[in-house]
Every structure is written in C-alpha cells, then in structure tokens.
Design a binder for this molecule. Sequence first.
Ligand code: NAI
Length: 675
Amino acid sequence: MKTHWKLERTPDGIGWLHFDHADSPVNILSTEAFEQFDGILAEIEADPPKGLIILSDKKSGFIAGADVKNFRNAQQPDQVEAHIHHVHRIFQRLEDLACPTLALIHGFCLGGGLELALACDYRIARDDQGTRLSFPEVRLGIFPGYGGSVRSVRLLGPIPAMKFMLGGRSISGRSAKRLGLVDQTAPERQLKHAASQLINSPPPPHRPAAWQRLLNISPARQLLSPILHRATAKKVRKAHYPAPFALIDHWRDTGGNEQVMFASEATNLGQLITSPTAQNLIRVFFLQERLKSVAAGIDFKSQQVHVIGGGIMGGDIAAWCALKGQRVTLQDREAKFLTQAINRAHKLFQRKLKSKRLVQAAMDRLMPDPRGYGVKHADVVIEAIYEDLEAKQTLFRDLESTVGPGTLLATNTSSIPLESISESLENPERLIGLHFFNPVAKMQLIEVVSGRETDPLLMQKGAAFSRSIDRLPLPVRSSPGFLVNRILMPYLLEAIELLGEGVPGPLIDKAATRFGMPMGPVELADRVGLDICLAVANKLAPVFNLEVPEQLHVMVDQKRLGVKTGGGFYRYEKGKAIKENPDSQFHAPNDLADRMIFRLLNEAVACLREKVVEDEDLLDAGIIFGTGFAPFRGGPMHYIHSGGLTRMRQRLNELEQLHGDQFHPDSGWTNLSGA
Ligand code: NAI
C-alpha cells in the first residue's frame, strides 16, 4: 500500500501530520489520499494529541487541490454528489476533532487543499512570494464544493468570501492574513515554531466583523445577490460560464443554514461538473498539462539569455526572462530602443513584483549590451530583429561562430521559414524558432518551431526553456504563419470582408464575443495594428489562396493603423474603443458568427492535414492559449466534434454556396476521426 500521510508525535504531545503524496511531484487529494486521511483521523479520534498540525513535505507546496482526473468525463450528477458528501463527512471529522487543529501552509494551497485547511481551527502561511492561496474552481466551471463555500463565508463574512471565490485569483500569505483567511504568517525558519506556539496557547478562532455577519441574514442576501450578479455579468456571460452565477444563487438561497448549504453544495456540484461547460474547461486544464509535459524529463537549465533586437518583441522578451529569474543581456544597434526597453521592463517589474528589493534585483538581472558581449556566455540566444530574411541570415552566420556549442539558437520570426534563415548556417540543425506572442507578458503560449533540418533534441530544449520562463510550449512545424497566426488570419479577414459589405464593426465584434471570443476581431485587428495584419495577410495570401479585403489596403494607405495611431476601424480614447451604436434599421445577417468561426475551423482542419502540429489536442491547446478561443468550447477541433462532423461540414457547404470559395471544405475533413 502506498502511504501518502505520516503521523509523527513529538514529545511535547503535538501530532504532526505530514502529507507527501506518493508518485506525484505535488500533493493532490486523490481518492486514495482521502481514504488514508480518513483512516488517520479515526486513529487521532481514538487517541487525540495535544494538537494536530497538518503540513506538506513537498517542496512545491501544501496541496494543489482535488484530483481533477476524478471529474473528467463525469456524466452522473448523483455519483458526483455522493463523492462530495463523502468528502464533507471526512472534513467534518477533521473539524470535530477534540484537539486544536492547524494547517501549516507553504507554496500552493489551492481549491480542495484550501478547503481542507479551512476545516482546521487555524492556518499559518509562509511569508514569501511563492506561497499562493486560491479557489480556482470557477475557472473549471464549478465552485468550491468540499465545504469551501460554507466555511469561507463563516470565516470571512459573505462579501469577502464571495469575492474571493468568484474572482478565482490567488493571493499571498500576507494578503490572506489581511483577508482573515490565515491567522498568521511566518518566515520559513519560524514556521514550525509559530505553529507549535499557537497550538500550545490557542486563541479564539478568527471570526468576521459583526456587520459582516449581519450581511448573511436572508434579507441582506436577497439584496446583495443581484449586485453580485450584475458585477459578475460584467466579466462573463451566464450562458457561457454558469458556475459563478450558481454560486451566488446557492449563497442567496441557503447561506443562513450551514447544513442546508452543505447539501446545496453537493447538488450544485453534481449539476455543474457534469455540464458541457465544466467538462470543456476540465479539458482545457488537461490541455495545459499536456503542453507543460512537452518538456518533461529534459535536462536543460538556462541561466543566461541574450536577446538581439530591443524593439517591441525583443525588449519585452528580455524583460519577461529577467522577471522569471534569468540573467539577460539585451542587444540593439540603437541605444534609444534599449532605453525604451529598460523603461518598459521597469514598469513590468513594478507591476508584477511590487517590492522595491525584488524590482531592483530584476533590474540587476537585465543588462543593456549594445556590443553583444553577452552572446558568448548565453545558454539561449533569441533573435528578434526586424522581419528581414537577409538581415537575419547575416546575424545568424555571425552568431554561429561566436556562441558556445551548447547554446540554443532561436529566432522569434513570425513569418520567415526557418529553412530560409538556417541556409546561412554551417549547422542548420541548430536553429529553432521561439515564437512569442504580443503582448509577451500576457500571452502564455510560445510556438516552438522546427525547420526541416532542426535537431529534435533542440526542440525539446526549447520547450524546456519555455517552461523555465513559465510559458506553455507548443511544438509546431515551420510553415507559413505557423499555427496560431495562420488559423487566426482567415477569421480576421472574414471580419474585415463583412465590414466591407457594410456590416457595422460593433455587430461583428458582438457576434464573436457572443460565441465566446475574448475580443471581437475588428477590435483585435486594431490592437494588433492594421499594418501588421496586412503584412501577415500578404505573406499568407499567395500560399493559402486567401483574398485580402480591399478595406485593409485602404486603411493602411490612409495610415489609420489602429490603436497605435489613435484610430483604425474604431476611434480610441484612453485606450478604449469607441463603438458607436449601429443604425437601428440595420438588420445583421444571422450567419455572422458562423462566417468567421467556420473559416477558422476550416483552416484548423487544413493545419492538421499538413501536420503543422501533431494532433488535435495540441491544435486546440495552441488556439486556446494563443488566441483565447472560447475555452468553454474546448478548442476548435473539440467544437467540430461536439457539433457533429457531418453537420459541421454541411454547414461549411452551405456557407460556400452562399458566400463563395473561401468556405470550400478542406480535403482534411475526410481524414478526421469519425468522418
Ligand atoms: P521592432 O521593429 O519593434 O524591433 C526590431 C529591433 O531590432 C529594433 O529595435 C532594431 O533597432 C533592432 N535591430 C535590427 N537589426 C538589428 C541588428 N542587426 N542587431 C541588433 N538590433 C537590430 O520589431 P518587432 O515587432 O519587435 O519584431 C521583431 C521580430 O519579432 C520580427 O521577426 C517579428 O516578425 C517578430 N514578431 C513580432 C510580433 C509582433 O507582434 N510585433 C509577434 C511575434 C513575433
């Protein structure tokens, strides 16, 4: 039998319950972990220590949450409910122990892990950057169901608790202390001492302020829940993400009676977990794990990065790498770009790190290097100079003779085939692409690009490097537009085509956001820059037989390039698009969303046929993390399969008849599994 828990009794009478899940780098609440925990609680009931301290032996943190695998493909609400009731009983057992109980938290304390901690009388968190507490459930289309909704309302008061659960954001130990979620914070070296002291003289457990408790009475709940509904509706659509709305209703209807609230948690979770939304979001969770695992087992540790080209991309890539702990040298042939890049980096560090000391340390890791001295010492060199083949070839030819034999050589090109750049190299197998997305600090994906000759081992090193700077690597084959830009382009072009047909931009954008895109395509084009859109479209158009709408040429000729020139398809005030209300007489065609989305889907099928990525899951992952494609739909390929292959293809045929060749189904449709 694998043992995940170990109870140690120290001479002072305190029980230290160590959690160290076997065969897993992080602690998760697997079925087996729960069963063993229950057994140990029975032992403790029979012979209670002076106090019980629950702690993790994993370096990564306390507990990362429930075992999401258990919920994958869940179809029976009553089975989910039974599981929830079972866990409620175990946590109740913990809460009912005769001795004081304390959760000693370091690193990640998420979801079910936090719910376990809440069933203890006290919580102490390590005071450092790496300690994060959160209820991420709403991101999986559910809400805290192991008693978390009940105990957090009890501990914090309804409004702070609801905000914390609805937001799904993670907070540090210090913020958790301010919120009342933990009783104390302590630095690493004093953690255990603080815990035993608290057990030796336990204070009364934390309670919310009296006025907060008042807000939990029924009339207050009836009054406050519509306000929470409205605030949530500003962020997400109920039709797409029902969980936060269900959480508010659950509190409104049952918040005054804990027993009823526990029961309502179970019924709600049964419904939510088995819904398509949660199942698709759980799918996205595993897609993310899949991307993370691309680099698993690769022994490549980079400490020093050299970035060449300090423009928008190079400057931001350098800043991001320094933020994530790399020593970075940044080279540009013009000093003014280096100055701008360092200033932008400083703002990023302030935003992300907050503490002066940490900002200074990050600044110290980022060095302007106009002469490129850093090249010789770098583990990774990333080229991000302007998009010009000859310039890139010359640069790499020089680099090849300067860098060390183990240095990873990467280009951030967005459209030049790797094979063309590597022509200038004596060892063309050395070049990989690391294609970052703009804005670098926001976009999680990096396309790791292999040319025909690229050494596969270097691709894996590229993926490992991406992980080390907390990014998700997607292996793609060098082909025009790689995966993300290629799939996005027909969708954007169709939107611009619609504009040309006289459909108002706001209606086009609305159709896309109703579908679940994070931003409408017209606004997206303005934000990317219409000149950049045109340049990419011009590169892809001849290869993929795309028509570039006249409207796009006109806008670029008139130098209306989008946000950066103050206006493109929309006007911008303080960075916000001004979207005029369309003429009320205008009736939008009812196939707006289909026209845009089906072009994207058709291109996705073409990319699979050409093996730009290896399989459907990687494609879905790339498009979700690279474009924000409606996560609750599980990705373009999953959306095709959910709609039914035959029906989806038929729809494409209809669109072809109505609107032309651009909807002609790619031949890859016949190869899809299930076709
Ligand atoms: P940019 O024009 O803002 O920056 C290029 C920088 O490189 C300039 O500061 C320039 O002075 C410098 N530079 C040019 N030749 C140099 C040389 N030989 N040595 C040192 N510095 C040199 O361009 P941007 O937008 O940052 O793009 C850079 C690369 O990233 C391009 O390959 C582009 O395709 C790619 N990319 C751009 C994205 C975007 O959204 N802008 C997204 C993803 C990739």
